[in-house]
Design a protein around this ligand. Sequence first.
Ligand code: SAM
Length: 274
Amino acid sequence: MPPQINDINKALDALNKFREYTISPNHERFIFPFLCGSYFTYRKIDVIRIFAIAKTISENPTYLDVGCGYGDFLEKIREYIPNAEGIEKSAEIFYSIGKAKPEYIKIADAYNGIDKKYDIIFVGWMEPGVDYRDQISESAKCIITTLDQGLSLAAEFDGHGFDKIASWVTPSWEDINIEITNRYYSKIPNELIQKLADLRGAHNLWYVYCRPELKKRIKNALKLCLAEELEKRYEKYEFETVLDNAGYKYFERLKNPFTKYKLWDPVFDFDTKT
Ligand SMILES: C[S@@+](CC[C@H](N)C(=O)[O-])C[C@H]1O[C@@H](n2cnc3c(N)ncnc32)[C@H](O)[C@@H]1O
């Protein structure tokens, strides 16, 4: 179920209360993802990976974030792709809390089609049941999606003329929410917190899809980007310390036996020669 306007007003009241006792201004984006952050967790390297892909497709790439909400992730992307745009179905999310809508976010329903062509269309964490893959496929060369395992599933574009070329795992807002709530805002004994931490998972998957003719170029761009990351030639956002302190470090392997891959470690889906 998408959030209702009433829920947003309740969340805003709760946020204002939370701000009275929070121990870090970086916590609120993981406790109130819709108002202050995003439903998927990201680092600056995610933004840089997307930029690396975009630059491979075009010198002046075009980018659309579908269902961008208040545009937290879109703002970060615009530091690299200044003409990046978003569409958001609900105008109420802005006016109900008196928040100005940036001109680069257009109020539109993706079910009515995307009115321009884009090099990259990004869909971050859609609610269960929402599915506008047909509309997006018609307008994009590359589609990057995030989905919460077991929840927002309409993010697979294989049957829509696209090939999946890479994926990686990051925590969802909820994974971090649980960690910081247990550690900093509960009276749970440390030993139990550690036991629970050992069971932690990371539930957000990032998928990169593209038209078949772009596969090789995009894969190479991502590999190059990864090589630079591994040399630690990248900066971090301030809020990334929360991820690090909660045990969700870059390339961390979680103890939970069901976690298959290291966090943020890209898995490539096709042979290099294609
Ligand atoms: C779960 S929120 C995710 C917001 C943001 N992408 C994130 O990850 O934090 C989904 C957003 O998509 C918007 N949305 C849902 N259906 C849509 C549609 N058909 N067209 C455009 N936006 C839509 C909702 O209003 C909501 O703001």
